[in-house]
Design a protein around this ligand. Sequence first.
Ligand SMILES: [Zn+2]
Length: 391
Amino acid sequence: HKGEALRDGSTAPQSIIIRKVDSIKQHYQYLKKGLRHLSDAYECLDASRPWLCFWILHSLELLEEPIPPAVASDVCQFLARCQSPTGGFAGGPGQHAHLAPTYAAVNALCIIGTEEAYNVIDRQKLLDFLWSVKQPDGSFMMHVGGEVDVRSAYCAASVASLTYILTPKLFENTTNWILSCQNWEGGLSGVPGLEAHGGYSFCGTAALVILGKEHMLDLKSLLRWVVSRQMRFEGGFQGRCNKLVDGCYSFWQAGLLPLLHRALFKEGESELSQQRWLFEQQALQEYILLCCQSPTGGLLDKPGKSRDFYHTCYCLSGLSIAQHFGNMELHHETILGKEENRLAPTHPVYNICPEKVARALRHFHRLSVTETRPGDVTPSEPTAGSGDQQS
Ligand SMILES: [Zn+2]
């Protein structure tokens, strides 16, 4: 990887790196407008509306741009209308509950982090919904009667741990099911037997971190697979072997490195850096800053593609991972270009800011679940739940 030098061997003039930073204002103007008005290009995401809330709110918190209280309250009321009478959240009002918008809605509400936001979540019904999609083999369906893949295990583990309803019984056999998704390449696939993929590798690994079982993965082969996905020319990541670079994998792939760093450290690996993740952080920052910003605000997959809120969220999330090493106690920053390029840190398990994770856990820890399934024990301490563990 190239470090400081450009591909022709010359050193990057600072002005090239600094040039695009002026668009920070355009970024949050683009994002704030999206909370109130979407163009008809977003019609196809009518069943993913909580995702739009999460992508925009998380992008704004990374840019450290405050959300006006009236807007936050409107988002809470909208997400309340997406909550299903049977528990969990749907892609829009009146639709069926689904694990993906459930994850997005819970994350969005935790980013807002007010009493009003926390009170939207019906935890008892949420637990009912999680049980309704749990399969005997440990996997989860995305919705009742829907498909099974490793995204659902992550969405379920993430919302259950953040809202403090996670029980060992609910995730019985889930560890073994996720482990069976790691294949000969080293990465994880959506279901056992398919091709390793960045999104599924992140979901499976982050779910195992929440369940405290990440050491059961073949960590070294996963590390080898993920670092090989950083493209030696572009500096960004591809999602699968032989695919093109894409800005969103800046999070799905690079986000694995903090999880792996911590897992390898816990396994007694002594050669780990205390300042850097095991990928080329500056090359990734160069790719995002130089190739993935729209001059009119928002970020994108690669030059030539148009901006959207999904890529804005995950390019910024990956940029944050590439800038911040460590956790609240041990922290080292590598900021490419001007200081204005610095984003807030993100929690690599939940992908919301670490203090929002800590606040949500404190809030929901105080509440209790009144009814659990036969054989359930009381909710256990989520393993990734201290909120101060970024690495
Ligand atoms: Zn993408």
